[in-house]
Design a protein around this ligand. Structure first.
Ligand code: CUA
Length: 349
């Protein structure tokens, strides 16, 4: 029988500090460390909430994080202590072997049940609070999640828009979440969500945005080919600015007298566009986004592209290429035709 090497021989005597340094650097690098949430470079952050809903969710997140940190320190501390206290030493006897400890097991079962209760109570309260029936003074927005873009209807103002949601700061908003196709999820990281948008059912979110600004939103439930491209922009205004926006949206579209734009208008009215899109005075279909005030929006196609003549021309010519799975068909419009159509749409302020 060969002799067991001593403990000292099996473990290195000293730490390999360059290796430890390298591993620590690698950890920071792969963790992509930054001051997330304190930095405006991270607009999808949830740790810089700008609404009552956002702050409630963040408070629960912090509560869970602190409990998790406390438990981590206690468990790892006990583990490290046990490793050190009962380490193998030359000539030391085998420590006393313990199997089960009823009192200890009952007490930690109770302790963890209590911790779960501490987490569950505010979580359940938040779930009910953020979907309670809105007050009569709340702004109602009917949200329609569609493959793969968002429609926003303001029934009190008789306005419909797409992919860009305008809200007044300081007023409670009630979002009624609908979808005609598959399950989506409505999420504005800094304001609130996520909440599923389910066919044949209306889910509700009530929240009050606190500060004017621009906040990105994103579909948060896999819903097919362009799920990742199902984005939206939320623009929170001062109340007076919001009223101005409402007035502008209620007005008929202001179009350009430019020859190219007028050619585009004729083309729009004569083509298959009218089967899906509405423009006040020309067509009234709700299959695709309402284009009445297309040029008042900075982005299009699920907020995927900025509204430039170049992007729009490419989109009209080949939607599938710009956004995989796009349900807008290729209309066969080319060259001057697609340019004219783009010029017309970009004139609709
Ligand atoms: Cu809609 Cu993902």
């Amino acid at each position: 029988m060969t002799e067991q090497p001593s403990t000292a021989a099996r473990f290195p005597k000293r730490l390999d500090w360059p290796l430890v340094g390298l591993l620590a650097a690698l950890l920071l690098l792969t963790g992509a460390c930054s001051w997330v949430g304190w930095n405006w470079d991270t607009p999808m952050t949830t740790v810089n909430p700008k609404s009552d809903f956002g702050r409630t969710t963040h408070a629960i997140f912090m509560l869970i994080s602190w409990w998790a940190l406390g438990i981590f320190i206690a468990v790892e501390g006990a583990l490290i202590y046990a490793c050190w206290r009962f380490r193998e030493r030359p000539g030391a006897p085998i420590p006393k072997q313990v199997h089960g400890h009823t009192a200890l097991e009952i007490s930690w079962t109770i302790a963890f049940a209590v911790i779960l209760l501490i987490i569950a109570i505010p979580t359940i309260r938040a779930i009910f609070k953020t979907q309670e029936a809105p007050a009569a003074t709340a702004l109602r927005v009917d949200v329609y999640g569609k493959q793969w873009w968002w429609e926003f209807e303001y029934p009190q103002h008789k306005i419909t828009t797409a992919n860009e949601l305008h809200l007044p700061a300081g007023q409670t908003v009630a979002f009624f979440l609908n979808t005609p196709d598959v399950i989506h999820s409505f999420w504005i990281p800094q304001l609130g969500g996520k909440r599923d948008v389910v066919p044949h059912r209306v889910n509700l979110i009530t929240l009050t945005p606190e500060a004017p600004g621009e906040y990105p939103g994103q579909c948060a439930e896999y819903c097919g080919m362009s799920h990742a491209n199902m984005r939206f922009r939320v623009i929170v205004h001062e109340p007076a600015e919001f009223e101005k926006w409402v007035k502008a949206q209620q007005a008929p579209p202001v179009e350009s007298a430019d020859v190219l734009a007028q050619q585009g208008k004729t083309l729009f009215a004569q083509s298959r566009c009218v089967g899906c899109h509405s423009i006040t005075g020309i067509s009234a279909s709700r299959i695709g986004p309402d284009l009445t005030h297309f040029a008042s929006r900075k982005t299009f196609a699920g907020s995927l592209m900025t509204s430039t003549p170049d992007n729009l021309t490419k989109w009209i010519e080949n939607p599938e290429h710009m956004k995989p799975g796009a349900l807008m068909p290729t209309l066969g419009l080319k060259g001057e035709q697609s340019k004219a159509l783009a010029a017309y749409l970009l004139s609709l302020k």
